[in-house]
Design a protein around this ligand. Structure first.
Ligand SMILES: *[C@@H]1O[C@H](CO)[C@@H](O)[C@H](O)[C@H]1NC(C)=O
Length: 541
């Protein structure tokens, strides 16, 4: 165990590297300067939010909250952390290190969206309230814990939308991921985003995601003939002889004359090992001439012994064409041998699949049931980072604003309440932020929703239902986490529900309709008056 976990009870982050010291140096130097000025315990409020949805889309999924709460629970600088910091900041006063060494999150409160909920630009995903120095120190680890999980969950949700609800999606990215944590997080948050499972065994053990896997080309290549099968039996029958019996009959109108016997031996051996979990990788030599006929021989032989082959996997070539050809062959074999199950046997595909290629396949037509997606999922090829930021919005009860030449970068000041207004059938109309203390919106009562920066963009909305988006999830003084962490299955269900309820044109790939994020009249006016107050008046001469 790392020293920083020595005294922590209960909830700790899954990744052992997540700790108070996993932060940027400027957080420590700022803390010292706050401490030196005697400001470290001033009441601060920070908002964590993003400004632009990823993947050129109009939605994102909020993920990573459980790990944030686990960090809050274990946040402490260990004696060895402090000893190290002394060496890098030798001029800092000793009392600072004493203070740092006893720091924790007992005076911090966190308010957050529900993990797995749909989220939109500028809405605070998390609001952190607490002593200035601690709240500041939390910036880097919190951003780190939210950005990638939310990005990968969003990416996975987009792939799910592209593939369709009935497909099985498997995450195969471990070998290409950005290091061990990139891989583990990808397995976890792609499941949350709508994937069905992963190839990552450690993710199965640690997180409880379903794991899947069969064999690679190496397994097929390692067999050259049936000679290598020492024991030909399965369930006490001569399985090899049964397989060979099928090999010598025309399967699907193709004699298996041109099929590769080593490949057939490999499939046979694999089926002996996994008679009820047989999936054949069919593209080692030639998918349609060899791989599929060999798969069919073994599937038929297994069926003779009462075992059901699961399917075959394509890992190269034109997946649209090949999958449809494979389906023709299995359908024909189903008729020829009167084995209906063959007509619906699973076709798995896994070759450089991304969101674009899923849409392309859907347009071209295909017969794929299961997609294995690796590199493009875990590396988020189409957008490698989400740009969540962490901004001070209030100090000692005084709202603060951050100005910018780029209007979209101006922050919305103060402690805010956030609501989602729903219309008929619970369809979200927009999100609205209110100034602290304003009356919450009421069902049936019209409210003016304003664009924060564009005066002419406003709408009067009469919600059917009003949902408060942020709940207190960590209350240090009341003992920490305010409720049990949801399971990954519950978070996954939250994602699915959100995607179902939102207007579907918000989710579409081409020209998605932006979802409105607004401020109340009160907050709008306050924002603009503070903006005017803080912006210097330019001197012209
Ligand atoms: C995979 O997940 C989707 C979406 O939740 C679901 O509809 C489908 O039934 C799942 N497939 C399997 C094999 O569990």
């Amino acid at each position: 165990m790392p020293t920083s976990r020595e005294d922590v009870k209960g909830l700790v982050p899954l990744n052992i590297l997540v700790s108070a010291l996993l932060t940027d140096m400027y957080q420590i130097t700022m803390s010292y300067a706050y401490w030196k000025a005697g400001r470290h315990n001033e009441n601060a409020v920070f908002d964590l939010f993003f400004r632009k949805c990823p993947f050129k889309g109009q939605f994102a999924i909020f993920a990573g909250l459980s790990e944030v709460i686990a960090l809050m629970n274990s946040f402490t600088f260990s004696p060895s952390d402090i000893a190290y910091l002394r060496t890098v900041l030798p001029h800092c006063e000793e009392a600072f290190f004493d203070w740092l060494g006893q720091l924790d999150c007992r005076n911090v409160r966190l308010y957050a969206l529900e993990e797995g909920s749909l989220c939109f630009p500028r809405i605070p995903l998390i609001r952190v309230e607490g002593p200035l120095a601690v709240a500041q120190l939390l910036e880097t680890p919190l951003l780190n814990l939210i950005n990638y999980p939310s990005l990968i969950a969003t990416n996975a949700a987009r792939l799910r939308l592209a593939a369709g609800a009935d497909k099985t999606l498997l995450e195969f990215g471990l070998r290409r991921a950005q290091g061990p944590d990139g891989a583990l997080s990808a397995s976890r948050y792609s499941y949350i985003g709508g994937f069905n499972g992963t190839s990552n065994v450690l993710a199965g053990k640690l997180i409880g995601v379903d794991i899947r896997g069969t064999h690679a080309h190496a397994f097929v290549q390692s067999y050259t003939s049936f000679e290598q099968i020492k024991d030909p039996t399965l369930d006490g029958k001569d399985f090899v002889a049964i397989v060979k019996g099928y090999r010598d009959r025309p399967v699907c109108g193709k004699g298996s004359g041109s099929s590769n016997d080593g490949e057939l031996a490999a499939f046979t051996a694999y089926a002996q090992a996994f008679p009820d979990g047989f999936v054949a990788l069919v593209d080692t030599y030639d998918t349609l001439q060899s791989g599929v006929p060999n798969f069919l021989c073994v599937a038929l032989a297994l069926d003779d012994l009462g075992h059901r082959a699961l399917g075959c996997r394509l890992d190269s070539g034109d997946l649209s064409y090949l999958s449809q050809e494979v389906r023709k062959m299995t359908t024909e074999a189903a008729k020829t041998f009167n084995r209906p199950f063959l007509a619906t046997t699973n076709i798995v595909a896994s070759n450089d699949i991304n969101e674009e290629s899923l849409h392309y396949l859907a347009d071209q037509g295909h017969a794929i049931d299961t997609f294995g997606i690796g590199t493009n999922l875990v590396t988020c090829q189409a957008q490698p980072a989400l740009g969540c930021v962490y901004k001070l919005v209030s100090i000692e009860g005084v709202p603060r604003i951050k100005l910018s030449q780029t209007t979209s970068k101006i922050t919305i000041p103060g402690r805010k309440a956030v609501y989602r207004l729903l219309g008929a059938d619970r369809v979200p109309i927009l999100d609205i932020m209110l100034k602290d203390g304003e009356e919450p919106p009421q069902p049936g009562v019209p409210i003016l929703a304003r664009h924060p920066f564009v005066a002419t963009k406003r709408a009067r909305v009469t919600p059917t239902q009003v949902v408060r988006l942020q709940e207190m999830v960590w209350d240090g003084q009341a003992g920490g986490a305010t409720s049990d962490m949801p399971t990954i299955h519950e978070v996954r269900a939250t994602v699915a529900k959100g995607l179902k309820e939102i207007r579907q044109d918000t989710l579409q790939r081409l020209n998605p309709t932006p979802y409105k994020v607004s401020v109340s009249e009160g907050l709008h006016d306050f924002l603009h008056s503070l903006w005017e107050k803080e912006a210097p008046i330019r001197e012209l001469s």
